[in-house]
Design a binder for this molecule. Structure first.
Ligand SMILES: Cc1cc2nc3c(=O)[nH]c(=O)nc-3n(C[C@H](O)[C@H](O)[C@H](O)COP(=O)(O)OP(=O)(O)OC[C@H]3O[C@@H](n4cnc5c(N)ncnc54)[C@H](O)[C@@H]3O)c2cc1C
Length: 469
């Protein structure tokens, strides 16, 4: 207890009493993320708790004011061998921010300045909200290449360390495809080093859940800001919606931020849009260059569909489609299937249509489909494909959510050449997002030798902490 008190006292001396929360009920707000969205992961968390007989708890939530305080807090925790889990907006939904090893939570949201907006880049502190980052860029006539749909509450570092896609990923790809230029990151050592990573050296910082260091600053690339138009393409069949989406992916004459086909049952979940189409119709949610409406209409007509404008550029007063796509789509699907689970799949560019048909033939209405493209060299390489062309990415909504059904769907995907992200693991190396995890583990041995950063997210096969005394 004396050791515990002296540790908390040392932290208080760094950040001030006001910025340390030790009250258990207040702490509980910072213990969870959005993994409740997945019944599979929630079950996994509960099972783990049962098996290990532990309740999720930490000693304190600490909110440093700046990078210097952050560094001093990290040094103190390392000296006392106390685990640390960094938390931004806490919006992640794969268990990334759940502190399995106890210790302290480092809340970085006070470290949030926009540091520099250049001609083609923006540098911000780790806790800046992505919405504020994009707004700062827009004030200079620029915008982020890829923007998480949780931009209102997600932080810059949280997206880099916990997310990977967002609005614009169909044109610019993922965090591994040049959408992060530079990261400054503290090591978890008694005298933390501030590393500056760019180019291929960025790898250990990207989507590694804060296990390799504590990010203090991020530099993102910027492109010219565009006026965006939002519309819904309506089709009588999902097949036509998919073919239209595939044509859009090959369309290079105008910019696109998202083009995502939704099977008819899912379409019923987007309640604000229901006046635009009939029950039984499939839709494609689209955010495209404001000057491209005529082209979109013509392409819709080619597949016997109808274009419905939803929001003109700059129009307000209606919810944006930005809040119905990528991760946000789950919230609308839950309206029609509250207990559903999700499986993120990657299809073959040459055989996607047959693969979609095979899934529907095998599972019928037990699996609902979203179909879109992500232009990613990184994701293609995971499938053994060269280049950075569009990769068919589908989200499977599973209606029965028991493990046996999930296993059956996964086995069927394996049998038809559809790869997927593992939906019920905390372990990074099992996520399905890394071809070779070894370089990340090697980096961690140098940057966090005691294994204090977000323990439980890298397995023993790749990392065992140095003995501590
Ligand atoms: C409805 C919904 C929609 C979503 N849409 C998208 C989407 O479009 N695209 C997408 O990629 N994700 C999406 N997500 C997931 C999540 O919102 C994003 O990844 C988001 O960017 C995470 O940011 P955050 O600040 O909330 O991070 P947190 O949840 O706080 O943290 C995420 C991970 O990053 C680590 N971390 C945080 N800060 C640091 C730091 N300073 N240094 C080191 N590690 C750190 C944490 O420990 C954790 O492991 C969605 C989630 C939901 C619930």
């Amino acid at each position: 207890m004396a050791m515990h008190d002296s540790f908390i006292g040392e932290l208080a001396a760094v950040v001030g009493e006001r910025y340390i929360v030790t009250d258990a009920s207040e702490i509980s707000r910072s213990l969870r993320d959005n993994s409740w969205l997945s019944p599979l992961l929630s079950e996994h968390i509960d099972q783990r708790k049962r098996e290990e007989g532990k309740t999720l708890q930490v000693d304190a939530v600490v909110s440093p004011a700046d990078a210097e305080q952050l560094s001093a807090v990290v040094a103190t925790a390392v000296r006392h061998n106390v685990p640390m889990t960094v938390r931004g907006g806490g919006t992640s939904n794969f268990g990334q921010v759940i502190p399995l090893g106890g210790g302290i939570i480092l809340d970085i949201r006070r470290i949030n300045r926009i540091l520099e907006v250049g001609k083609d880049f923006i540098t911000v502190e780790a806790g800046a909200l992505q919405g504020d980052v994009d707004a700062a860029a827009r004030a200079h006539g620029k915008e982020l290449t890829v923007l998480t749909t949780t931009y209102a509450s997600a932080t810059a570092a949280g997206w880099v360390a916990g997310g990977h896609v967002g609005l614009g990923a169909n044109s610019y790809g993922t965090i591994w495809d040049g959408n992060v230029l530079k990261v400054k990151m503290l090591t978890a050592e008694e005298m933390p080093r501030l590393l500056e990573l760019s180019g291929s050296d960025l790898l250990p910082a990207l989507h590694t859940y804060g296990t390799t260091g504590v990010i203090t600053e991020v530099t993102f690339p910027l492109v010219e800001a565009k006026e965006w138009l939002e519309g819904v393409a309506v089709f009588d069949t999902f097949e036509a919606a998919v073919q239209f989406t595939a044509s859009m992916a090959n369309e290079t004459t105008f910019a696109q931020r998202v083009v995502a086909a939704q099977e008819a049952p899912i379409a019923q979940g987007f309640t604000p849009l229901l006046g635009l189409y009939e029950e039984g119709q499939s839709i494609v949610l689209m955010i495209v260059d404001a000057t491209a409406e005529a082209e979109c209409m013509a392409l819709c007509a080619r597949y016997h569909g109808t274009w419905r404008r939803w929001r003109s550029a700059g129009e307000t007063g209606k919810i944006s489609l930005a809040l119905m796509v990528y991760g946000h789509r789950m919230l609308w699907v839950k309206k029609v299937a509250p207990d559903s689970a999700f499986l993120h799949g990657y299809f073959s560019p040459d055989a996607y249509f047959q693969q979609l048909q095979a899934l529907k033939q095998r599972f019928g209405t037990d699996v609902w489909l979203e179909y879109k493209y992500i232009k990613s060299r990184w994701l293609r390489a995971l499938r053994g494909l060269p280049g950075d062309g569009p990769l068919p990415a589908a989200v499977l909504t599973l209606l029965p959510t028991d493990k046996a059904f999930l296993r059956t769907v996964m086995e069927f995907c394996d049998s038809i050449g559809v790869s997927y992200l593992n939906p019920h693991t905390f372990l990074l190396e099992e996520s399905g997002l890394f071809l070779d995890f070894q370089p990340i583990a090697d980096f961690k041995r140098q940057s966090d030798p005691k294994g204090l950063l977000n323990p439980g997210k890298i397995g023993n096969k790749y990392f065992t902490p140095q003995e501590t005394v």
